[in-house]
Write a protein that binds this ligand. Structure first.
Ligand code: FES
Length: 340
């Protein structure tokens, strides 16, 4: 049995197969509904159900409140249609033309950028390219229908050679493998590109880019793309980590700051070590942004990092007058080994 879904906002229609979520059906047919975690944790995929019935699936309370559900909202990454539906959801106009594909790639280089960060360089098969938007991510496909998401750390102008920054999460189902067993020349398969975290090129507003740890990866891709395109609007990167050794590529943004007048770089350490001899900014990265920019009403903010950092930034929206539709974020959820 299939169900027809119509998005009232765009007039577009798509079909959901049996047990398929609204989001999965939409993406399969090139309807780019926004999403981030795809596991009911972030609320990015929330939209309105105008008519029809769904199985709401499982999700975290912070992603959708009881009141929102009662007012007709659903999380489309979890909701499965039980009838034909009319929904109301914003669509990503730019990304909709990019096909999501499954592709093989070879690991051509593995470099430890820090004790717990590996740079993985992946080469696509001869003649193949991945079209994506700067800041998007791919899913590495694993056995047993497992998948792990990693942001692309390169600009889309490099569409044959991709790079990922993988942080080792001890006990992490995939990252343990990367740090202990993976070797150069290994083959893997991935699916992508995914995500709505990409640089909005139709804006001239000053952009603040906030990275937490390896959240630097997609922001690096965005900035390299912006520089290559000659984008002149002000770009200010805040990179928050614990100690100096966690700023695993700090020479790169320092170099950009010298080369590009419109770019500023502020590293922020939350727990500098005595041997760091740190004279720079200290504390939480979102507090550094808030201190420098009490009024964000004219800015765009791009944030990428662990969920507590993203939650703290979301909490700044009202107080610092940042319009909600000018906050773009990518929340990194870390997966551990599945229970056996
Ligand atoms: Fe659906 Fe995060 S809750 S994408």
């Amino acid at each position: 049995m299939t169900f027809k879904i119509r998005n009232k906002s765009s007039g577009r229609e798509f079909i959901a197969e049996k047990l398929e979520t609204v989001l999965a059906a939409a993406l399969r047919q090139g309807v780019m509904l926004p999403y981030s975690c795809r596991n009911g944790a972030c609320g990015t995929c929330k939209g309105k159900l105008i008519s029809g019935k769904v199985d709401y699936g499982t999700y975290e309370a912070k992603a959708m409140s009881v009141a929102e559900k009662e007012n007709g909202y659903a999380l489309f990454c979890q909701a499965r249609p039980l009838s034909n539906l009319v929904i109301e959801a914003k669509e990503i106009a730019v990304a909709k033309d990019i096909p999501i594909r499954i592709m093989p790639a070879r690991v051509v280089q593995m470099e430890k950028l820090a004790e717990d960060v590996m740079r993985l360089s992946l080469k696509l098969a001869e003649g193949q390219r991945l079209q994506f938007l700067a800041g998007q991510y791919i899913d590495i496909l694993l056995s047993g229908n497992q998948r792990r998401s990693f942001s692309l750390a390169t600009s889309p102008l490099s569409d044959e050679m991709l790079q990922l920054h993988i942080r080792h999460v001890p006990g992490g189902y995939y990252t343990d493998h990367v740090f202990s067993k993976m070797k150069e020349k290994d083959l893997l398969r991935f699916q992508g590109p995914f995500g709505v975290f990409f640089l909005r090129e139709d804006s001239e507003r000053p952009a603040i880019l906030i990275a937490g740890g390896t959240g630097f990866a997609p922001i690096k891709g965005m900035l390299e793309y912006a520089f290559a395109q000659g984008i002149k609007r002000p770009l200010h990167l805040y990179w928050g980590v614990r100690a100096k050794s966690d700023l695993y590529l700090q020479n790169l943004p320092a170099m950009w700051a010298k080369e590009h007048k419109n770019f500023k770089f502020t590293p922020v350490l939350s727990e500098p070590k005595p041997e760091d001899h740190w004279n720079g900014r200290q504390g939480w990265v979102h507090e550094a942004v808030a201190g420098d920019h009490p009024d964000l009403s004219q800015h765009e903010v791009y944030a990428s990092g662990p969920p507590p950092m993203i939650d703290a930034i979301k909490g700044m929206v009202k107080k610092h007058r940042l319009p909600e539709d000018r906050l773009f974020f990518d929340s990194f959820e870390f997966a551990h080994a599945p229970a056996s």
